[in-house]
Design a protein around this ligand. Structure first.
Ligand code: URA
Length: 235
């Protein structure tokens, strides 16, 4: 792919487009080992090398991070909402990144963060039925009868009941719940609808990505590799 040098710099570093132009003027940018000053220079993202202040800037069309979200962080890109999940991506250029869907502040587990709007839209579209599995600990024990209600779809006060879900018992008060929608506080509201209360919630998988396979502890994150991105895109 061909990309202008100022676009490369502003997308793959923390610089704005005008700061990028300034850095070029000041001779801070090397292209294939030579100082480059022309912001309109067209570069090949596969074969050209850009170095800013000694740091190589790799041009990938999109980036995909997976985070094991700890409790206490808001799923937002804005600081005004409290301590947000983006602050956990230390040292990354996060300006074009956003979390795909949201986990409540007290919810833990797998969160995808990317700059790929098209994929995010597809993964979140109710029509695509992408499965999300949660580990759900409740205040009271969950009867087989209630598990069936959750499975078949339950009225949580919206226009329509929830879609069919998969429910597996882990323990008296603990289930794994897989849903294909992403309604606001959906899991908590589903359990409230059967007169129970979620006391601990963790997302175990998102589409084809499984937290346990990703090797990230709470608070840790990493980039997906290309085969994991393929797996995700097949979700
Ligand atoms: N359902 C909820 O109620 N909360 C979450 O964070 C995710 C799903």
């Amino acid at each position: 792919m061909l990309v202008r040098l100022d676009k490369w710099l502003s997308e793959k570093s923390s610089l704005t487009r005008s700061e990028a132009k300034d850095a070029l003027k000041k001779g801070k940018v090397l292209v294939n080992g030579q100082t480059a000053k022309d912001p309109s220079l067209k570069l090949n993202t596969d074969s050209d090398e850009v170095i800013l202040d000694g740091n190589k800037l790799i041009y990938e069309k999109n980036v995909y991070f997976v985070l094991n979200k700890p409790a206490g962080f808001v799923t937002s890109t804005s600081d005004s909402d409290g301590v947000n999940v983006m602050s956990l991506l230390k040292g990354e250029v996060t300006k074009n990144l956003f979390p795909v869907g949201r986990l409540d502040k007290d919810t833990e587990g797998l969160l995808l963060i990317t700059d790929d709007g098209e994929l995010a839209h597809r993964l979140l579209s109710p029509k695509k039925h992408v499965k999300k599995t949660y580990y759900v600990e409740c205040q009271k024990s969950i009867s087989d009868f209630d598990m069936d209600i959750l499975r078949n779809g339950v009225d949580i006060g919206d226009d329509t009941p929830t879609k069919e879900a998969e429910v597996t018992r882990i323990d008296g008060k603990i289930i794994n719940l897989s849903i294909t929608e992403g309604r606001f506080h959906q899991v908590k509201r589903m359990l409230e609808a059967v007169d129970n209360k979620v006391v601990y919630l963790k997302r175990l998988s998102f589409g084809n990505l499984v937290l346990e396979d990703l090797g990230i502890n709470p608070g840790e994150y990493r980039k997906l590799n290309s085969s994991e991105i393929d797996i995700l895109k097949r979700s």
